[in-house]
Design a protein around this ligand. Structure first.
Ligand SMILES: [Ca+2]
Ligand SMILES: [Ca+2]
Length: 265
């Protein structure tokens, strides 16, 4: 049996977001959606793709749940084509070699703490770094040093799926960029992604990367579980409902009303 229409914030079929999790269940799920929305457990409507060149603006837009990977837990290692495994992500050199450094060199430097990753493009055409995230994210931001100071080409970023998959231009040469230049680039998209590609087409160029921000999303199924847990709290009277939520949550899952008891005056 289907229940009330599921509320949508201007979306329709094909829209991404937590609302669709509840679309197929109907019935009491509609009440749960209303409850979760009221408790702030569902993502707010946001533009499909937002780009940032300012760290503070990126963090303000991303909101809570941001994770930082700054490579401070790693030790220095020499240049290699092998992946760099950090707690929050793995950095994979593509078409070049990378190291973990604690010393500024050739215009590359840490932007947070002392450790950072330095990359050199050794192929003639293009290369870069893949960031394999431990947990899927809807936001990704990082600092990049020293792009575009030795040859002509571009620096771009793409996600493995969703709105940023087509690729986003970060910077280019010409004009030639100064040695040691610093860039911040951030992306927030509706579709969760697990891999970010940073691509250079500037032969013999090198860059540094540090201070990488991600915003982990709940595992699939976690939002319904969170809502179910919240519903239990409500039904136990641990959370107060507004007048507009109470009717929606008074569905078939509500506990039976207690028998009235007459107390002595
Ligand atoms: Ca660092
Ligand atoms: Ca460079």
């Amino acid at each position: 049996m289907r229940g009330d229409p599921i509320p949508r914030s201007g979306g329709g079929e094909g829209k991404t977001g937590g609302v669709r999790v509840f679309d197929e269940t109907g019935g009491s799920s509609s009440a749960l959606w209303i409850l979760c929305a009221g408790l702030g457990l569902l993502p707010a409507e946001a533009p499909a793709l937002s780009l940032f060149t300012n760290k503070d603006a990126f963090l303000a837009a991303a909101g809570a749940g941001i994770t930082l990977e700054s490579f401070e837990g790693l030790s220095d290692r020499g240049l290699s084509g092998a992946p760099i495994v950090a707690p929050e992500l793995t950095v994979v050199p593509i078409g070049g070699i990378a190291d973990v450094r604690s010393t500024p060199l050739d215009g590359h430097f840490p932007t947070d703490g002392t450790e950072y990753v330095s990359y050199g493009l050794t192929s003639a055409a293009s290369g870069g770094l893949d960031f394999d995230l431990v947990q899927a994210s809807t936001a990704f931001g990082l600092f990049i040093t020293d792009f575009g100071d030795v040859s002509q080409g571009s620096l771009s970023l793409s996600t493995d799926v969703g709105e940023g998959n087509a690729g986003l231009l970060i910077a280019q040469n010409p004009p030639p960029q100064p040695n040691g230049n610093l860039l911040f680039f951030g992306i927030i998209q509706n579709t969760p992604f697990s891999v970010v590609h940073l691509t250079l087409t500037t032969p013999n160029d090198g860059i540094g990367v540090d201070q990488i921000y991600m915003q982990s999303i709940p595992e699939p199924g976690m939002i319904p579980l969170l809502c179910a847990g919240a519903s239990v709290l409500v039904l136990r009277g641990k959370v107060r409902l507004g007048k507009h939520l109470a009717p929606a949550c008074a569905g078939s899952s509500a506990p039976p009303e207690r028998a009235k008891t007459t107390f002595p005056p």
